[in-house]
Design a protein around this ligand. Sequence first.
Ligand code: ES4
Ligand code: ZN
Length: 326
Amino acid sequence: MARFISGLPKAEFHVHLEGTLEAEMKFALAQRNGLSLPYATVEEMKRSYIYHDLPSFLKIYYDGMQVLLTEQDFYDLAYGYLAKAASQNVLYAEMFFDPQEHLKRGVPIEAVIGGITRARADAASTIGIESQLILCFMRDLSAESAMDALDAALPYKDKLIGVGLDSDEKGNPPEKFADHFAKARAAGLHVTMHCDVNQEDTLEHIRTALVDLQAERIDHGGNIVQSPELVALARSRNIPFTVCPTFSGKVMENGQPINALREMLDAGLKVSVNSDDPAYMGSEYITEVLIRAQKDSALTPAELVQIERFAFETAWIPEEQRDGYL
Ligand code: ES4
Ligand code: ZN
């Protein structure tokens, strides 16, 4: 089964580029940029990656990305992820990035988008992996900050395929960014949103995303299985869900974990399986995540093929290119 999964042509739709910043690269970039890190070794740094919920995870994740300063840093980050993904037979990836955190440190948006775009082009021509880029609004920062990032990025909109919504969900419902999504859509960008599992008001957030904000995709969204009405809506709209079993596989119901991936598949929802922030999740990239998911959710080979076939079908690329993968 592991060999079958390794060889399966794959697509990835939920990976935060800053979450692919491996400890080894963090040390190399810190050295290149003359920064010091609070850890003596790669091993010590990796041992510090201990978190128990979304806020404690995000603290480590935002601390980690402070070493990213130059266009070359963003190139190296993105190329590193794409090379790793390609080595696992990922043929196509849509990748998130969090510009607000970089703008806060004074990194120009051209360095961020420019470096990533150059890496995408090189990875496509040298190792044959195609990719697209999704700008995420950090929902725990102000609406103004997100609008500033969108306005800074719009001159480079041809380098982006869509916008998303990530970071700490508590108290930050999707409607906080209604204007941003409308503006992005008017600029021709696609729209997706994190509705992470087990968050306060999570079903309300899924409803708002689908009904009021016309999200085309939901990232995570595992709690939807607790609402037959929302399941029916998502099915009728053929909404894809990007599930990341490493971080958010365990939807809790009455204090008991339920297997969200299995329940979503059985409910007839369109799910893909993704790695989220592999550098902070035991360096489990998509193959390792799928191997684990196969065991945890008893995925059959036919279901694995179905998951990847559907993943390619939902790629935000022109139909001719999509058909080439199917
Ligand atoms: C994230 Cl909400 C969330 N989950 C996982 N990784 C993230 N990176 C930024 N926001
Ligand atoms: Zn995520």
